[in-house]
Every structure is written in C-alpha cells, then in structure tokens.
Design a protein around this ligand. Sequence first.
Ligand code: ADP
Ligand code: ADP
Length: 542
Amino acid sequence: TCGICVEKCPFDAIEIINLPTELQEDPVHRYGENSFALYGLPVPESGAVTGILGPNGIGKTTAVRALAGEMVPNLGDYGREATWDAVLDRYRGTELQNYIERVRREDVTIARKPQYVDQIPKQFDGVTSDLLNSTDERGKLDEYVDRLGIAPVVDQPLDTLSGGELQRVALAATLSRDRDFYFLDEISPYLDIGQRVTAARLIRELAEEEDKAVLAVEHDLAILDLLADTLHIAYGEPGAYGVVTDPKSVRNGINEYLKGYLSNENMRIRPDEIEFHEHAPRETAKSKPLIDYPDLSKSYGDGEFSLDVEGGTIYKSEVLGIVGPNGIGKSTLAKMFAGALEPDEGELNFTLDIAYKPQYIEIDQPMRVDTFLSSITDDFGTSYWKTEVANPLQLGRIMERNLDDLSGGERQRVAIAATLSEDADLFVLDEPSAHLDVEQRVQATTAIRRYAENHDATVMVIDHDIYMIDLLADRLMVFDGEPSVEGHAGTPQEMRAGMNDFLSDLDITFRRDERTQRPRINKPGSQLDSKQKKQGEYYYSP
Ligand code: ADP
Ligand code: ADP
C-alpha cells in the first residue's frame, strides 16, 4: 500500500517516493472506498483573485462544491455523516477558519462560470438577453456587454452563438451577479488574446473594487499571471487523488510549476522542466516548399466580410503558427487551402490533401474511441502510432470510452489524434489548446512538432495561447484588420518579426521572468512597456 488508499492502490498508478506531508493527513474529502480523495483546499479571499493551476480531474470542482457549501466534506470518513462542526475543528486557526464559519452559517453566496460553455444552450432555451437580464444584480450588465463586445448577439438565440461568444456571455452573466464568492472555471477557451486580457481585467476589477472573492482555474499561463493575486498548485493523479497546495505568489507558483518541482512541498510533479527561450529561434534552413500561393481575396454575401491574403510560401515539415483576433478570416483561409471555398481573386492551382481539426469539435457519436480512430488509419495500434500519437496525447485510458461521454479536454485530444492520423499533406489545427491543461498542451505541442519533423508534414496551427505558439511554431502568419468586417493575412514570417507585428497591433509587450525566461505581460505604460515599444521589441529580447 502507498499510504493513501485504504488497501492496495486500486489505480496501479502511483509510485510515491517521498510522501508529501499533505498525504500523511486525512483527506478533506473522499468519495468512497478506493474513490477519489482530495487533500487541501484553496483559500478564497475577499478583494483578491485566487488562481488554481493544475490538471483536470484533480478535484477542483470537488473543492469548490465544498467551499460553496453544496457538499459537506467528510474529512476522509466516508462511512459517517459529515458535519460542518467537524470541518471547522479541522480548520480552526488556519486561514480558512473564518470562511468555513461563514459557510456553516449558510452565509456565503456563489456565482460560477462552468468550464464547458458549449453546454449552456442545452440548459437554457431562448435568446441571449433573457439569460443575461436575469443576472443583472449589480447594475453592471450593460458595461460588461459593451466591454466584452457581445452587444451584436444579445438578440440572437443562445444556440446560434459561437464558442467565443458563449464564453463572453457566460462571463458577463457570472460577473453581473451580486455574490460573495465567484468561481470561474477557465475563462480563455475560444477567446482571442485581446478578449482574454479584457476578461482578466474585468475579473480583477470585480475583486478589487467590489471586495469580492474570486477563485479562477486557468490554463493559459500568460493570462493566469495577469489575473491572479495568489496561486494554488493542484497536483496528484487525476481520478485517484488531488492535492491543493498552500497559496504561493503567482510568479513563484507558475515558475515552480514549469520547473516541475514545488519547493515548499519538496515535491516533484514532472520529470522535465518546461523551458522558454529568450531569443527567437534562429532562422532555420528551409526545406522544400509545399505550396507557393498568390495574393488572394474572398468576401461573403455582398461584402459583409472581406479577406485579403498576401501571397507566400509554406514549407514542408514546418509548423506555421497562425495568430490574429477572432472573426478575422483565419478559418476562411484554411477552407480555401482545403479547396472547400473558392477565392474571388487569385487562383490556388494545387491540390493538397488537407486534414482539418475545427475549433469546435462535434464528435458526439455513441462510438468507442478505438473504433473511431482505427477507422481513420491503418497504423492504429502499431507501436509506431502509439509512440507518435496515442501516448503523447494520453489516449490509453480513454480508448474504450464512447465519444459522446468524453469531457472537453478528452474530446480535444481524440480530435488532434484523428487529424494527425489522416493521410494528408497539410494538417490544419484550429485551437488545439482549448480545454487542455498545461501539461497536455505541452505534450500535444511535442506530438505535433515531432509529427511534422518525422513525416515531412506541414502543420498550420491557429491558437491564442501565446506560450503554446512560442513552443510550437517555426514561423508565424499574422492576421489583422477589423473583426467581422475586413481581414488581412500577412505573408508567413520569422518568429521575431511575426510576434512584433502581432503584438504591436494588440499594444501588448512581454518582459522575461529573470529566473525562467518565461514571457510575462507588461503593465501598460510601465517603464519596460514603453521602452520595448520604442525599440519595437514586443516579445523576444533584442
Ligand atoms: P476537476 O474539477 O479538477 O476536473 P472533480 O472535482 O470534478 O475534478 O473530480 C475529481 C475526481 O473525483 C474525478 O475523478 C471524479 O470522477 C471524481 N468524482 C467526482 N464526483 C464524484 C462522486 N460524486 N462520486 C465519486 N467520484 C466522484
Ligand atoms: P476566424 O477563423 O478568424 O475566427 P472566420 O474566417 O471564421 O474567422 O470568419 C470571418 C468572418 O466571416 C466572420 O465575421 C464570420 O461571421 C464571417 N463568415 C464566415 N463564414 C461565413 C459564411 N459562410 N457566410 C457569411 N459570413 C461568413
């Protein structure tokens, strides 16, 4: 036995070298014999945003249900009825004492934004404004609608909204409530960088100006850095046990997480460090061109939206990052390359087999994952396919599950695997980071890069997670313009020039963390921000 489970480890999963002190105590909650156990709780604090960083399935929802008073944690004794008095005894003299006293008096109200916004239209019928108006408890709704840019969709039925629109509607609805405690489970999926930064600012204002307690789970590290005042790391074995650490400073927390080693806890959570490079990757020798394409244009309807594409060359075995705001024409370009859409001007006279992973994944069939994947490739099940695709995407445990009971992150990993398993010349992945935790993003990144190198394959990746783009892309294609009105796609460029182009448009600069070289968003108007803007260096060090 490992000391955590009642008898022998039922998960066959854990090899614990030095049992962290948290695990020598009873858990906060255990669902049942040999069921998931949660150790440690995050500490909500009025006037502050508390972040949680860690994988899915590690007990974040369980912790929030306890903090919301929806469930009395049983302190590991799942056989007996749990009481708040017992919980209070356990936390007397800790930072959580006051909070738990309030929960016991039923004096804490909560608003929460769910992780999977795609599910919202299944729970609410009707138009967006019906949902929003019912939440306007602080008289702030109009301001949120305006700043989040959702005015154009308030009269639309919810089930016609895109993921990015639903995400902003869900945020406006949650922040408009007048509650003590706000729980936001991932704010960034489907939002572009500008929208992510706006969302982070609105959440900070809510905490600071209204003295509210906010707890936020976020996997986009640049945004988490901007958003949170303190940070809990969550680690463990998803599905088996989860440990929520004591609060750390956000900077240290993220750095320790990237290093894979938690100092206070003396705990290694990953064998390798996740490293960032301060300087742009050197220009590499180009391999053979895959396509040369001319200037193109395309408009929809009678010119409601028009896209201009600057011609360029895409090389074999490169990963081309594609960045730009939502609604600027990125998918339109992908569809033209795929031959699904004719350009109005300019000719694409190549025929490429394109494998395309859309941003919103709808694989809702009652079919098993292994059946589905084996229908795509004959390589399914070979040791080669396992090493290159299945293992880095952690598909082992979900192979026998049905597609329609996968979580968002699981579905994302299956969709990436399915796309890479197709026999194609060009692989286009639209927002592969959505709903993946940081660990999974890094693994997916590695899988995609390796795949491109080993197969002479060209991969275009559209993503808004700047760390993922930095780790993944060899070159960048930058879109700008006015979303929903007109878009312009630049020719593919080197990383440094591309990042400068992209970030100058957003007016955001990044500095480097001294210890890890991790990029961090500068405060607007700070000395570094002004200096870098003057130098024209928005991302990499000169
Ligand atoms: P997260 O929010 O971090 O994804 P959750 O708190 O939802 O994690 O779940 C943590 C683990 O607890 C999961 O493995 C889940 O299957 C398990 N779990 C959640 N609710 C129950 C329950 N009512 N009974 C048994 N196990 C549960
Ligand atoms: P992105 O991928 O950058 O988010 P898209 O290429 O999907 O952008 O869309 C760009 C603009 O074109 C958006 O305003 C979108 O509403 C509009 N659009 C996309 N497809 C169509 C279509 N088939 N008919 C009319 N408008 C469309």
